[in-house]
Design a protein around this ligand. Structure first.
Ligand code: AHR
Length: 608
């Protein structure tokens, strides 16, 4: 599950390095906020203005730079809490500029240079100078290749204007500093984060939220059509997690990313409900239903349709894959179910089903409300204690079959205090995922997998946290501008997701192990997987006999750490990690015995 929270999109998976790159949605009346991440170098005078036409109608704000008496000025952007300078990278660098009041007599000597500079040592790693700025908006672009790597992340992007007239103003807009991206995609993803996620081999990718789909108002909802096309045409929005979403990471980027991951998109549709608990009235809903149909048409419509043609114009004539759409987010939270059940679900569901009968449409109200038409797919969320997860491995064992197919769309152990699951750190909230949390989640996941006849997908949430903006904890993968810090929960996801059987195997047991030991078995044509979660400090010796299979060899991998509360804290030693694979002896009868540590998540892989 992905949404832009904790700067997981902008400043995260979306590789752009400059924060507040186009002064989107800011109000020049508040210069401190409008200049976020920007500052003058020396005594330069800079301000965000909206009284001259910006780079485009979508980007009305510009940066006005007043040159000092010697005709120069400089300013900088410090990125998303630092900028990584890597000498093996070429940074695609660009900006728009124009002179506010051009003068043919002296402007020929005016130049603007862009540089990557260390704030620690002053070293200039790379620089380029553009001359001949004009009175019209023009984009200036260059690849910057640093001569050496920076020793730390305290680096900035500096713009130096020189050779102008004292008091003259130069306007700038839409800056960009892009490192190489995952699979070389234009406007694409940060490589180290993308590789860390890809290593889990996710098969479903839910976007764009989460709360971040919804908007505090109808107007600040995620609007798919404002997230496509050239980035100069994307206005950005006030995200629901209280910071600017540039929407550089837009619908096209999400879908390309799903393609790169080999994951099925699970696309959110705005369901006529804002986070301030207001629903669109029934008689006003039609345009929003049409917007949802247009969104789907953009993704999978034929090029002869208006939105399919738009997609082709943006360079993607081939439809993307799309099987799942989700109507809303958490419409189980009162009072959303009332209007969802009364008219919102039916309006969106029926229109989508009629136009696209093959799509699987996911509802979000279960178990609160009965829907008409009944949902065939439902998204359920659970944030709980590690112990709750371990004890609830059987949660879906007795659900009705057939019943709606379940997407366990958000789950995580967030607190050790069952009375305050989303409370403060002082009251049990986890700052970081712990080994105990990861083992508890693994126990629950053995149950999700055992019930995969009705649980068709599951996702930990939230996925990413830039440690410069921590808004929700814990998260699966933490990062800063230079490094990635996978959590214990990440390793549980990885162990389970990269060892998938096609068939769930029946298991019988004569063990006397405590209920804190949970397991599930599955097979492919050539392998049997036995996944275990030992939610206890005591080691367990597990003796397996595989009826109906001839074991040839076996290996064991497990997640473990020094104690149950161990975490992987950014910048500190990695305490919780996957150990193995270790060879395991196969007995004469084809049986396998493995020793599992206390507080561990294990996978036994048997070649058959
Ligand atoms: O995962 C964080 C938030 O938790 C999501 O935005 C929301 O859907 C849920 O309440």
């Amino acid at each position: 599950m992905f949404e832009d929270i904790n700067n997981s999109g902008d400043g995260g998976i979306y590789a752009e390095l400059l924060q507040n790159r186009a002064f989107q949605i800011v109000d020049p009346k508040n210069q401190t906020a409008a200049l976020y991440a920007w500052s003058p170098v020396g005594d330069a005078s800079i301000a965000v203005v909206d009284d001259v036409p910006g780079v485009s109608a979508a980007l009305p704000n510009s940066l006005s730079v007043e040159l000092d008496s010697d005709g120069s000025a400089a300013f900088e952007n410090t990125g998303y809490w630092g900028i990584k300078v890597d000498s093996s990278w070429t940074y695609k660098t660009s900006f728009y500029a124009k002179l506010a009041s051009p003068s043919s007599s002296s402007d020929a000597s005016l130049s603007a240079s862009v540089s990557l500079v260390s704030k620690t040592s002053g070293t200039v790693f790379a620089s380029h100078t553009f001359s001949s700025l004009t009175g019209e908006w023009k984009q200036y672009s260059i690849g910057l290749t640093p001569s050496t790597a920076a020793e730390d992340l305290q680096n900035s992007f500096v713009v130096q204007v020189s050779g102008g007239r004292g008091g003259e103003k130069v306007l700038f807009g839409l800056f960009s500093l892009f490192p190489p991206t995952y699979k070389g995609r234009e406007n694409g993803m940060r490589i180290d984060l993308a590789e860390t996620i890809a290593a889990v081999k996710p098969t479903v990718w839910r976007f764009p939220g989460g709360d971040n789909l919804e908007g505090q108002t109808f107007d600040t909802r995620w609007k798919w059509n404002e997230t496509i096309g050239p980035i100069s045409e994307r206005p950005g929005r006030q995200g629901d997690w209280k910071y600017l979403n540039t929407d550089g990471l837009g619908l096209v980027e999400y879908l390309d990313w799903c393609e790169d991951l080999n994951a099925e998109p699970l696309m959110g549709i705005w369901s006529g409900y804002s986070l301030t608990k207001v629903a669109v009235a029934e008689e006003d809903l039609a345009p929003y239903v049409q917007a949802a149909l247009d969104q789907i048409e953009f993704v999978i419509g034929d090029v002869s349709t208006p939105q399919g043609a738009l997609r082709a114009r943006y360079g993607h004539p081939k439809p993307w894959s799309l099987k799942y759409v989700e109507v809303g987010n958490e419409d189980f939270i009162i009072p959303a179910p009332t209007t969802y059940a009364a008219y919102r679900w039916k309006a969106f569901h029926d229109a989508i089903k009629q136009a696209y009968p093959h799509l699987k449409i996911i509802a979000t109200t279960r178990p609160v409300t009965v829907l008409d038409p009944p949902e065939e797919y439902t998204d359920r969320h659970v944030y709980q204690t590690p112990e709750w997860f371990s004890k609830n491995a059987g949660r879906y064992d007795n659900d009705p079959r057939p019943g709606p197919l379940i997407f366990e769309g958000e789950y995580a152990a967030t607190s050790t205090n069952s009375s305050d699951i989303l409370g403060a750190f002082s009251n049990g909230r986890l700052r970081y995922s712990t080994l105990e949390a990861a083992v508890g989640e693994a126990g629950y996941m053995t149950g999700l997998e055992r019930n995969s006849d009705i649980v068709f997908a599951a996702a930990y949430a939230p996925m990413l946290e830039n440690i410069g903006r921590t808004q929700w904890t814990p998260n699966m993968i933490l990062f800063d501008a230079g490094s990635v810090y996978p959590s214990p929960s990440y390793y549980t996801q990885k162990l389970f997701s990269t060892h998938r059987g096609d068939i769930i195997l029946p298991v019988s047991s004569n063990d006397t192990a405590p209920q804190t030991f949970t397991y599930v078995a599955s097979s492919t044509d050539s392998q049997v997987f036995v996944k275990t979660a030992n939610y206890s400090p005591s080691p367990i010796s597990l003796s397996l006999s595989l009826d109906g299979f001839k074991a040839k060899s076996a290996t064991l991998e497990y997640l473990t750490g020094p104690h149950s509360q161990a975490s992987n804290i950014p910048g500190k030693e990695v305490l919780v990690d996957i150990a193995g694979p270790f060879e395991v002896e196969v007995g004469k009868e084809g049986g396998v015995v493995v020793d599992l540590p206390g507080w561990s998540v294990g996978v036994v892989i048997v070649e058959v």
